[in-house]
Design a protein around this ligand. Structure first.
Ligand SMILES: Nc1ncnc2c1ncn2[C@@H]1O[C@H](COP(=O)(O)OP(=O)(O)O)[C@@H](O)[C@H]1O
Ligand SMILES: [Mg+2]
Length: 285
């Protein structure tokens, strides 16, 4: 691996979200502020949306780290769950363990918990990542959860994090009541070219490779053209470009390395064409 060669303590362009590497672009900052505002002011529903790989999960992790101690949190990362499973998962992460499976019993237990913590002035938030995967029924149940309130305040805040399909789902007739209740919302977009340059340098710096990697400014244009500023893709291309430079024992990333990275990446993409998928489906069964 190229770590020693470039003086990195770890791979700077890993695709697992790690808050250490968070680059605060203006929009990431605005997104975080908007959602924190929604939670602090107990607005009920907030939503963070964006295409795949724009940084939603990473930002959600950063958000969890910024909440005050008086906010209890429950985080769901895989919401492909039935309604009873969903309620149980929410409760479990709050530390509420009850034996009963019935949704009503779970909701009662949650309500009791929320009233209890509200007496100490505490707030509670459920964060659901990949919320586009929630069924209509699950979304409807979640809407009901924000009805848990005292005379003056909402006991439970809910943050839905998801891909654009989530927006589409919420616009449907059945869910428009929920949609209307989302008061704090932010849609993350890809980075601009300038932000991308800062992003790349930030990640290289955090990984400890400040002195041994030189990126030819001309190669940025090519990276941007290929990735359109989506962080996940930028990571894939940059990781491969570093590898290409390392193989040639070069500390400089120029257009050739980027081209090689793109070819390598596209090559792999092509291998998983729909036809390949189809073949795997047929022959693996
Ligand atoms: N603002 C950012 N700063 C640093 N890394 C980021 C940023 N936005 C996205 N990334 C990185 O891009 C990749 C994809 O981000 P992720 O949060 O998984 O996207 P999403 O959840 O929107 O699909 C991860 O490796 C993540 O660390
Ligand atoms: Mg994600």
């Amino acid at each position: 691996m190229y770590l020693d060669f470039f003086g990195f303590k770890e791979r700077p362009f890993s695709i697992t979200p790690d808050v250490q590497y968070l680059y605060m672009s203006k929009q990431h900052e605005q997104a975080l502020d908007t959602i924190l505002y929604g939670i602090k002011n107990r607005l009920g529903f907030s939503m963070l949306s964006g295409e795949v790989g724009t940084g939603k999960t990473l930002l959600t992790r950063a958000l969890m780290g910024r909440l005050d101690d008086n906010v209890e949190t429950s985080l769901l990362v895989n919401p492909l769950l039935s309604v009873p499973e969903l309620l149980r998962a929410i409760n479990k992460d709050f530390g509420i363990n009850i034996r009963y499976n019935s949704p009503q019993k779970q909701i009662d237990a949650l309500n009791e918990f929320l009233i209890g913590i509200a007496k100490d002035g505490k707030n509670a938030v459920v964060v659901i990542d990949e919320a586009q995967n929630l069924s209509m029924e699950a979304l409807e149940t979640i809407r009901m959860l924000t009805n848990l309130e005292t005379d003056t305040t909402k006991l439970l805040q809910i943050l839905l994090v998801g891909q654009p399909e989530l927006l589409k789902k919420l616009r449907s007739h059945e869910l428009r009541q929920l949609e209307q209740r989302i008061t704090a919302r932010y849609h993350l977009r890809a980075l601009s070219q300038l932000e991308m340059i800062r992003y790349i340098n930030h990640r290289v710096f955090v990984a400890g490779g400040g002195g041994k990697v030189f990126i030819d400014p001309k190669s940025y244009k090519l990276i941007y053209k290929e990735t359109k500023g989506f962080p996940r893709l930028i990571n894939v291309v940059c990781d491969k470009a570093l590898m290409a430079a390392f193989v040639q024992e070069s500390h400089v990333i120029n257009r050739n390395e980027v081209r090689a990275a793109i070819m390598d990446w596209r090559g792999r993409e092509d291998q998983s064409s729909p036809w390949d998928y189809f073949k795997r489906l047929i022959f693996s069964s």
